[in-house]
Design a protein around this ligand. Structure first.
Ligand code: ADP
Ligand code: MG
Length: 374
């Protein structure tokens, strides 16, 4: 694959105009690039920070070609773009993230098979297409288990935790709609993630190990640095995964940590990730800066430095309504509101980052303030 070195002023095309596309665009513009966004939602957040906007479905091949024609590089903010179309596009246009990674990672089954082939530790899983498969999975994996649709899930959508026989009907319903995987539901001590960026010169930078707390399977809070001594081990797992995936740009590997401090790879996001948002204020380069540098064919810094420990809290629809009145009482908060037109319960509407000198104290304060969100 050949890559382009962009010059300041060149156009970067981004497929997807959500908050990730918006923050990518803002980094790109700080470096002097122009940005074109393609998104089906005419009110998408990134539209209003872009030079050009193409209002079209992600499957609209003419629109994707138009984006390619006007851009020196095309990148994407999410992995559910059609991998076959992306492959065709990447033969025509400069798409350093490539299509292979998306093809493997948008399907939880091939994602898990890729992780197995990379020899990293993953949670026991089975493919489930029928009631017979489900019965076999129950025998092998046992209760409690979690069933996940192979395609299209995010923020816990397309997932069900099955505690016992009583919940089985729901799982059966899910598999009649769509192929799934079943995996053991682990009691978790912590969840952590590593965000990394690889440039076209095969140099990779790692952001610090991030400690993530989920509520209702949606990211609630990220604390950095993670309060568990597993960073080196996590980086080693990431390096094993990278031998199996051709990838340029920012990506994140999510891990589970069990009570006995075993590290399991959960999933990989081939794009900037919610758990890396703190890097905008807390690191010398943000995950969006490094992504733009990488896809523009520029060099990455030698390493990423965490300037100060930080806590990032997601603002869901209900949190914005609850907390907007107190924003003015907290000059120490970096408040980001994405500008989504419709506010919904459990929809990610923004986030807050606080640089911290006392993580445990600040974490308690945030927990009190966010109480009652569920
Ligand atoms: P998504 O694509 O929605 O992020 P994940 O597979 O990462 O899907 O699941 C979302 C969250 O659900 C995880 O971060 C974790 O909190 C919980 N979860 C998922 N799988 C398991 C599991 N096997 N055991 C325990 N918790 C899990
Ligand atoms: Mg996840």
């Amino acid at each position: 694959m050949t890559y382009y070195n962009l010059e300041s002023g060149d156009m970067i095309g981004i497929v997807g105009g959500g908050q990730l596309g918006k923050m990518m665009a803002q980094s790109a513009q700080r470096m002097g690039f122009q940005v074109a966004i393609l998104d089906p939602d005419e009110d998408c957040p990134a539209r209003f920070v872009a030079h050009q906007f193409i209002n079209a479905e992600f499957s609209d091949i003419d629109a994707l070609n138009q984006l390619g024609d006007i851009s020196k590089v095309v990148t994407y903010e999410f992995e559910n773009i059609d991998a076959q179309q992306l492959e065709k596009l990447s033969n025509q246009f400069n798409i350093p993230q490539g299509s292979q990674t998306v093809a493997l990672l948008q399907d939880r089954l091939t994602e898990k098979q890729t992780l197995e082939s990379a020899n990293v530790q993953i949670v026991p899983f089975m493919e489930v297409k029928s009631t017979e498969d489900l019965n076999e999975a129950i025998e092998t994996i046992g209760y409690p288990f979690i069933i996940k649709t192979r395609f299209g899930g995010y923020d816990g959508k397309g997932q069900l935790v099955i505690q016992s026989k009583e919940d089985l009907d729901e799982a059966k319903k899910l598999i009649t709609d769509t192929p799934c995987v079943v995996e053991k539901y682990l009691p978790l001590f912590k969840e952590v993630s590593i965000t990394a960026t690889r440039d076209i010169y095969d140099h990779t930078v790692y952001f610090p190990l991030q400690e993530n707390e989920h509520r209702n399977q949606i990211l609630y809070k990220t604390v950095v640095p993670a309060r568990v001594d597993l960073e080196e081990q996590a980086i080693q797992e990431v390096q094993k995964i990278m031998t199996k995936l051709h990838f340029v740009g920012t990506f994140t590997v999510e891990f589970f940590v069990t009570e006995d401090h075993q590290l399991y790879v959960n999933e990989i996001a081939p794009r900037p990730h919610n758990s890396g948002h703190y890097s905008i204020e807390a690191c010398d380069y943000s995950q969006f800066d490094t992504h733009i540098l990488a896809v523009a064919g520029w060099h990455l810094p030698k390493k990423i430095t965490l300037l100060q420990p930080a806590i990032m809290m997601n603002l869901l629809g209900q949190d914005v309504l609850n907390l907007q009145e107190v924003f003015s009482e907290h000059p120490e908060w970096y408040v980001h509101i994405y500008g989504k037109k419709v506010n919904k319960v459990n929809r990610k509407m923004g986030h807050i980052t606080k640089l911290s000198t006392d993580l445990n104290k600040d974490e308690n304060q945030f927990n009190q303030l966010f109480e009652g969100r569920n």
